[in-house]
Design a protein around this ligand. Structure first.
Ligand SMILES: [Fe+2]
Ligand SMILES: [Fe+2]
Length: 350
């Protein structure tokens, strides 16, 4: 697949290419602003002047509203008393924060890989800058988990782990940048913006606001990549990018609403995963799939808008995304979502 010179790569072990005396001055100017402005949004998670992790949540107040929890409004809620509902909601926040922390670590590892591979010194400096900022986010979410969850972090879910492994392992630079800077960063940016708005914990609101200030710059790098790359692809290459993005979207958003990935959480309340799936299906049957998607409509729309602007969503795949932006009725069920993940599909094997 064609790659713009700004994003050309060498193998991480190819030091001779990096030491080429003619390389240093052959620098793109696309990212000078992103790097120059990094001081503007500097913050230190360990400094209470930026964020005070010791600030307490008011007693009896959950970290997130009850109705943000997918299982609220289902038979699961009938099985829990008031104190269990509070604990379950905070555990759901822990599940979301754990996945975001894993995504931050994934972004850190991926950006570190880009930093070693990108030949253009301007792109390389941008990647180095992102590595520094992702490390800050890993630190910050770890401190948050310590302050709110005694440091108890859920294991990475299977789809998120598989996707991050795939992005690290693939030698295709276009796929790395599309997957990391447009899709993972887009989803994360949308999640942080949503949590900043809905969280009842002022520290979580503040944390998300600080992280968003960094993430918009990372997402912008992906937009520049798309602008320079997508129009130059052959139809076949562009279709492959579109198919891969579609599959990624389904895997990631299914992960957010499907019960299969929350077995460890349910076990703490004596709930069995299949039973919870049935309870959610029953509630969705009564209210429609929109009630599930509503919680994540913000992040979904951000990713969809980015992909549309980049020409990565066309009539070939639009119907997959339409329900998320209210353009088509919801046709899938919890069963198709939760049973849908059995590893990454064919688009990832090419
Ligand atoms: Fe980040
Ligand atoms: Fe990021």
């Amino acid at each position: 697949m064609r790659t713009d010179p700004t994003f050309q790569t060498a193998s991480a072990a190819d030091l001779d290419t990096m030491l080429d005396a003619n390389r240093y001055r052959n620098r793109s100017r696309c990212f000078e602003q992103l790097v120059a402005r990094s001081e503007e949004h500097f913050w230190n998670p360990a400094d209470p002047d930026y964020i005070n992790f010791r600030e307490a949540v008011p007693p009896g107040v959950p970290l997130l509203p009850f109705d943000f929890v997918v299982e609220s409004g289902t038979a699961v809620w009938d099985r829990l008393d008031d104190s269990q509902r509070l604990a379950f909601t905070n555990d759901s926040a822990r599940w979301i924060v754990s996945n975001l922390l894993h995504c931050e670590q994934g972004a850190l590892s991926l950006a570190a890989g880009l930093c070693q591979m990108l030949v253009d010194p301007g792109s390389q400096e941008y990647a180095a800058n992102q590595v520094r900022e992702e490390a800050r986010h890993v630190h910050a979410f770890t401190l948050y988990a310590e302050s709110r969850f005694d440091g108890q972090i859920f294991a990475v879910t299977e789809p998120v782990g598989d996707l991050l492994h795939h992005l690290i392992d693939t030698p295709q630079i276009n796929r790395k940048i599309l997957g990391t800077q447009m899709l993972v960063e887009g989803l994360a940016l949308g999640m942080f913006a949503t949590l900043q708005r809905v969280a009842l914990d002022p520290v979580l609101q503040r944390l998300c606001r600080l992280v968003v200030a960094d993430e918009v710059f990372h997402h912008h790098f992906g937009k520049v990549w798309a602008l320079k790359t997508i129009p130059s692809l052959t139809e076949q290459e562009r279709d492959a990018v579109e198919d891969w993005a579609e599959e990624w979207f389904q895997v990631f958003f299914s992960n957010l609403v499907c019960p299969d990935q929350k077995e460890a959480l349910y076990a703490r309340y004596g709930l069995e995963c299949n039973w919870v799936r049935g309870a959610i299906e029953e509630a969705v049957g009564a209210t429609g799939g929109e009630s599930l998607m509503r919680r994540y409509a913000g992040p979904a729309r951000l990713v969809i808008n980015t992909l549309t602007d980049a020409g990565i969503i066309t009539d070939r795949t639009r119907s997959t995304y339409s329900p998320w932006v209210g353009l088509a009725p919801v046709s899938w069920t919890v069963s198709t979502l939760s049973l849908g993940y059995s590893g990454l599909g064919s688009s990832f094997q090419n």
